[in-house]
Design a protein around this ligand. Structure first.
Ligand SMILES: C[S@@+](CC[C@H](N)C(=O)[O-])C[C@H]1O[C@@H](n2cnc3c(N)ncnc32)[C@H](O)[C@@H]1O
Length: 260
């Protein structure tokens, strides 16, 4: 059991990292933080917070650990099939080929690179631009390197896997022609300004860690970011309850269209 004042710890973390732990589900987050503190042999929150200030290794480990970066290509392949057959053709028809696409909380790049490959079936590669953001600069670094295990590629259609990956030892590296179409940036969904006029926002498997209030605010900000007719693609466990109030129409459990 970690000693000390968790409320004070949250304040120190906010001033150090600009990550507001109040916006994340407390029980789950605190359990993760406590186990990390124990693993690093600190006894209390204050001592660990001091450690984070002085030791960049400890600091990077903390941000990396609490942000939970698990990802994979074409995560939930059925939903990507719908992207291919329904939503990408529809977006192209409505808004043309120069689409504004945002992969928010993109982790190690699996999602934005999947987007480039999925769009490449409908739009010439050189016209595809994905804006990809995450809070954690370590995962952005990994995304830029673009090296993946065979397991994370399981959902990639085999023709695209052959075309766009090089085998490097036991791993696979995404080719530059895909990489070039993605621009990575650090961005905190709970603090930073959102881009405007988006045609498609993909934000999956991050809001499950947020409190209801924080989630609500993010969905509202996405609505403000989207063009009318734009689409929000969310994760399998992240329904939007009051989507009508926010100006969305529910196309199915994972896709919402901004209608007002
Ligand atoms: C589980 S991964 C999801 C990756 C990908 N979207 C997918 O579905 O496979 C969650 C990502 O959310 C990021 N994240 C957590 N809190 C965030 C915040 N406040 N703003 C932006 N990204 C955040 C983490 O750094 C992590 O990379």
């Amino acid at each position: 059991m970690i000693q000390g004042d968790y409320e004070e710890f949250k304040k120190s973390i906010f001033s150090l990292t600009k990550i507001d732990l109040n916006a994340y589900k407390e029980k789950q987050m605190r359990r993760r933080i406590d186990s990390l503190i124990t693993r690093n042999s600190f006894k209390d929150y204050a001592g660990y917070a001091e450690g984070l200030k002085k030791d960049t290794g400890l600091f990077d480990e903390f941000v990396n650990y609490i942000t939970i970066n698990v990802s994979e290509f074409y995560r939930n392949p059925d939903q990507w099939k719908l992207m291919d057959t329904e939503f990408i053709p529809e977006l192209k028809k409505k808004f043309g080929e120069n689409l504004k696409i945002w992969s928010a909380a993109c982790s190690t790049g699996d999602e934005p690179y999947s987007l480039v490959m999925a769009f490449s079936r409908h739009i010439p590669l050189n016209k595809i631009k994905i804006h990809a953001t995450d809070l954690d600069k370590t995962v952005i670094g990994k995304a830029k390197v673009g090296l993946y295990s065979a397991k994370s590629l399981l959902g990639v259609p085999s023709d695209l896997k052959d075309k766009y990956f090089d085998k490097v030892g036991p791993s696979y590296q995404i080719k530059d022609e895909i990489k070039k179409q993605v621009e990575f940036k650090e961005h905190n969904l709970l603090k930073d300004a959102y881009p405007s006029n988006q045609d498609l926002i993909v934000c999956r498997n991050v809001l499950i860690y947020f409190t209801e209030e924080a989630k609500d605010e993010v969905f509202r900000k996405f609505a403000a970011s989207l063009k009318k007719g734009g689409i929000l693609f969310i994760g399998s466990t992240e329904q939007i309850m009051n989507y009508k109030d926010m100006g969305y129409e529910r196309r199915n459990s994972f896709f919402y269209e901004k209608v007002r």
